[in-house]
Design a protein around this ligand. Structure first.
Ligand code: ATP
Length: 364
């Protein structure tokens, strides 16, 4: 029987609540499928680790992850530690260190979810945003000199390489080709940024030649926000630079009804290193420890992880269980206007998985 080695990195805040919920779903799934197993290793990195050791994760932390099949990540963020330290010290360190250059975010309006676009039918909004995850505006290049003096200078240099732009666009074209509508929108800002973004557009045109069956277009990032709201049905797969996609994907999450629902995958497409799967929300300290975090984003994350591991049937079964649960307003958490808590939703999803199992769930 195949055993998948999964690293669990709950991180901070509600990450510590939703990652165990995701693990519970995976355990019930493995028991009920009976065709594969999971071997979990928990890594307690993040804000608490920083308070003790001065870093968000150990210097050799990446080595401990390299031999895993996948990483299930919670969130990084701490009210007492600057955001750029928590982000660069953990999440970005893993993404860049394991060359997870494709950040993939599907967005759909799940059954039972009251989304803000009143004229948009649920089937009109079915997107996947592909975000360049290693360079661009978040390359980390830049610096500060003469700190505190009137002549202080600070720069954040956006760095785009031909190799980086080409590999992410190729990934996006391939993904678009695998989806029923075979449609890709390349987001740009080449009207105002006349070097890197112009190269980005040229590369899109070059890569497009290898995908004659994909219908593609180009959209300026500012116009894209309006198009997402006004004409959601005209979009399917979307590719954008690191910063542009960061912003657009939060808009997408809001249009789908809640930040607590969406998943994301940080993929190393060549599978040289493990990929990392996480809900899109952050550490949400305002609700931490109350047991009310919505675990649906993590469950959908688990679906993406199963697809990546090559278990599409199991992935479908978990997704169906999630949709069965979101369709019931009594199982909505507070962010969706309901009163259910994390444990209620987790239990309901686990029960649905067990109920639809290929074979009966083994009793403990
Ligand atoms: P970070 O700084 O780590 O990104 P944040 O608290 O600024 O975290 P998010 O965690 O992304 O930002 O979310 C913003 C708000 O949305 C939270 O304060 C919380 O109230 C709500 N929220 C986010 N995720 C969830 C969830 N899974 N369940 C319920 N509410 C959520």
């Amino acid at each position: 029987m195949k055993t998948y080695r999964i690293a669990l990195v709950p991180g901070d805040g509600i990450g510590k609540e939703v990652v165990p919920a995701g693990q519970q779903v995976l355990k019930v799934l493995a028991q009920s499928e009976g065709e594969f197993a999971f071997e979990f290793e928990n890594f307690e990195w993040g804000g608490d680790f920083y308070r003790h050791h001065g870093t968000m994760m150990p210097a050799d932390g990446l080595d401990a992850l390299r031999n895993k099949d996948a990483i299930l990540f919670g969130s990084a963020g701490d009210p007492d530690i600057p955001d750029h330290i928590t982000l660069w010290g953990l999440r970005l360190k893993i993404c860049q260190g394991l060359d997870q250059y494709a950040n993939v975010r599907p967005t759909r309006i799940l059954p039972g979810i009251d989304a803000p676009l009143k004229r948009c039918r649920a089937e009109d909004l079915d997107w996947v945003i592909v975000r360049e995850n290693t360079e661009g505006e978040y390359s980390g290049a830049g610096g500060r000199v003469h700190q505190g003096f009137p002549i202080e200078v600070a720069t954040d240099l956006s760095v785009m390489t031909r190799a980086g732009a080409e590999r992410i666009q190729r990934y996006a074209f391939r993904l678009a080709q695998s989806r029923p509508r075979r449609r890709l929108t390349v987001v740009t800002k080449s009207n105002a940024q006349r070097h890197a973004m112009v190269m980005w557009d040229e590369i899109a045109q070059e890569v497009a030649r290898d995908f004659p069956d994909v219908q593609w277009d180009k959209e300026m990032v500012d116009a894209m926000t309006a198009r997402m709201v006004n004409k959601p049905v005209t979009l399917d797969t979307i590719v954008a630079t690191n910063l542009h996609a960061d912003i657009l994907s939060d808009l997408a999450a809001a249009l789908a009804g809640s930040l607590g629902i969406g998943p994301t995958a940080n993929i190393n497409p060549e599978r040289k290193y493990p990929s990392m799967f996480e809900p899109i929300h952050g550490s949400a300290f305002d609700i931490m420890g109350k047991g009310i975090a919505n675990p649906v984003g993590t469950f959908w994350t688990v679906v993406m992880m199963l697809e990546h591991l090559g278990e599409p049937d199991a992935a479908r079964r978990v997704m169906r269980a999630i949709e069965h649960v979101t369709a019931n307003p009594k199982l909505h958490t507070r962010d969706l206007g309901g009163t259910a808590n994390t444990a209620d939703v987790t239990e309901a999803v686990c029960m649905e998985i067990a109920a639809t199992a290929k074979r009966p769930l083994a009793t403990a």
